[in-house]
Ligand binder design. Structure first.
Ligand code: NAD
Length: 315
């Protein structure tokens, strides 16, 4: 598995990484042993970066991940988790809550230190609070040796510009913004590189949109985007290809993105994803599929507080 440096952290992360949200039965009910097997298989296949959050399955994903990681040498994986989001509508970015949250995560994950501690979906909070209270609290946590690096996550790209113009963090985690249907993350990559920030991109399959099965019912994409994704899947099928393969290869090919997080608890999909990540996308098929997405390219949906969204193509 190829690795890339995560900004200035010195961490060498596998280009494909494991999103542990399925361990919290976020997409479908999975039993604990299935979740544990997925983590073991991912590490065996060369994946060294794992992302989780107390929010996923309301702490279940962290608990299952902690059990899975037991016995592995601590330097054989790089662990990222989050603070601030605890339910679909439960957010608390206060210094007191996030400090306690780190201790809770350390216990559930059964480790002494978290490699990357991230403020989760900050567009649901106030940028001022994140900058003036949450990040300083995480710096104190870092000084205590409980975390090594600090990051922020969210959907609207505006939040990354805002926070990074006013303070320093080590990493950003963006999702659904670097895939076949929406590559708008590209627009802020020069800014992020200038700041020396490590770029983590999640959801290369646009949260299931870019799959044969299609988007799950809860998916926030507008109908026009879902229709384009169905057309793209059909086009790939006619060419004897799989849309997910193309989507994954497109995401992993960008050298400025240190790692791409995919979520799956299926061993079969995990193996496929690792194999697919070894080669670049077929340029001809890529052009054809991007042409299908052109009318809906970069179409996105609002997330969090309206003032934290500024996307040109919001629906
Ligand atoms: P994804 O684009 O990886 O899509 C996941 C879906 O695709 C699942 O339904 C999975 O079963 C399916 N899938 C995976 N591999 C497949 C394959 N080979 N063929 C067919 N289907 C396949 O999106 P995701 O799960 O939303 O994101 C991955 C991870 O990124 C999450 O687990 C989480 O760790 C992280 N993430 C973080 C945030 C945040 O911090 N705000 C947001 C989104 C995602």
């Amino acid at each position: 598995m190829q690795t890339r440096l995560l900004g200035r952290t010195g961490l060498n992360v596998s280009v494909l990484s494991l999103g542990a949200s399925p361990l919290g039965s976020v997409f479908r009910n999975i039993d604990e042993s299935e979740g544990i097997r997925t983590v073991h298989e991912a590490i065996d296949l060369g994946i060294n970066f794992i992302d989780v959050s107390p929010y996923y399955g309301e702490t279940q994903a962290e608990t299952v991940l902690g059990k899975a990681l037991k016995g592995f040498p601590r330097d054989s994986y790089i662990l990222a988790t989050k603070v601030g989001r605890y339910g679909p509508d439960r957010f608390d970015f206060s210094a007191e809550r996030v400090t306690r949250s780190v201790d809770e995560s350390l216990e559930r994950l059964r480790v002494d230190v978290i490699d990357v501690i991230q403020c989760h979906d900050i567009e649901f909070g106030s940028p001022n609070q994140v900058i003036e209270e949450t990040i300083p609290a995480l710096r104190r946590v870092r000084e205590q040796g409980k975390a090594r690096f600090i990051g922020i996550t969210g959907l609207p790209l505006k939040i990354f510009r805002e926070v990074l113009s006013r303070t320093e963090v080590d990493t950003i985690l963006s999702y659904c913004r670097y895939s076949l249907n929406d590559a708008s993350l590209e627009s802020i990559i020069p800014f992020l590189k200038e700041k020396g920030v490590g770029i983590i991109s999640a959801s290369p399959l646009s949260m299931g949109l870019l799959t044969e099965r299609g988007a799950p019912v809860w998916h926030p994409a507008p109908d026009a985007l879902k229709a384009a994704a169905r057309k793209a899947a059909e086009h790939c099928r006619e060419r004897g290809e799989d849309l997910s393969r193309l989507a994954l290869q497109f995401a992993v090919a960008n050298p400025d993105i240190a790692t791409t997080l995919v979520g799956t608890a299926s061993l079969e999909n995990l193996k496929k994803n690792v194999e697919w990540a070894q080669s670049p996308p077929d340029p001809e098929l890529l052009n054809e599929v991007r042409e299908i997405f052109r009318p809906v390219q970069n179409l996105t949906w609002p997330s969090g507080r309206p003032e934290n969204n500024d996307e040109a193509r919001l629906v």
